[in-house]
Design a protein. Structure first.
Length: 149
């Protein structure tokens, strides 16, 4: 009789433990929506709405490039119209229609950042591991369970 009482207590508790483990973890909302960057990255902001994630120094450099844009354009235009770059400069092409004149290395960096954009978004990262559920049997005083569970 003692064994049947012990099992009748343990079986419902075991079923409850299985039910706790089966509950899915809801996805967490991102503070800046689906464009939230992973830690260490910020939006580039080459123009309003540019949410490609880059390092903070790259965002600062992008703002400086935007501010210096008129200085790197060929005076009077050229073969590509009023946006023709001075010798040694090329269009940045951080987005379609981006004609800010920069060095070829900066354009390559913008292309690399664009190619890596999805991998730098928080929404594209694996979800954090759910914490291990507490064993409900730990709250029951049973002689065969180790102390402290």
């Amino acid at each position: 009789m003692a064994n049947s009482t012990r099992y009748s207590t343990i079986l419902p508790l075991f079923a409850a433990a299985v039910a706790v483990v089966a509950i899915p973890v809801p996805a967490q909302a991102q503070p800046y929506g689906p464009d939230t960057c992973i830690q260490g990255y910020v939006w580039r902001e080459a123009r309003p709405g540019d949410t490609v994630c880059v390092t903070p120094p790259t965002r600062t450099a992008t703002a400086q490039q935007n501010a210096a844009a008129p200085q790197n354009v060929q005076p009077g235009g050229g073969a590509y119209g009023p946006n023709t770059c001075k010798q040694g400069f090329v269009w940045r092409e951080a987005y379609g229609g981006d004609v800010v004149c920069v060095t070829p290395a900066v354009r390559s960096q913008a292309a690399s950042d664009n190619a890596a954009a999805a991998s730098r978004k928080q929404a594209n990262q694996p979800p954090p591991a759910a914490p291990a559920p507490r064993n409900p049997l730990c709250d029951v005083n049973l002689p065969f369970l180790p102390p402290g569970c």
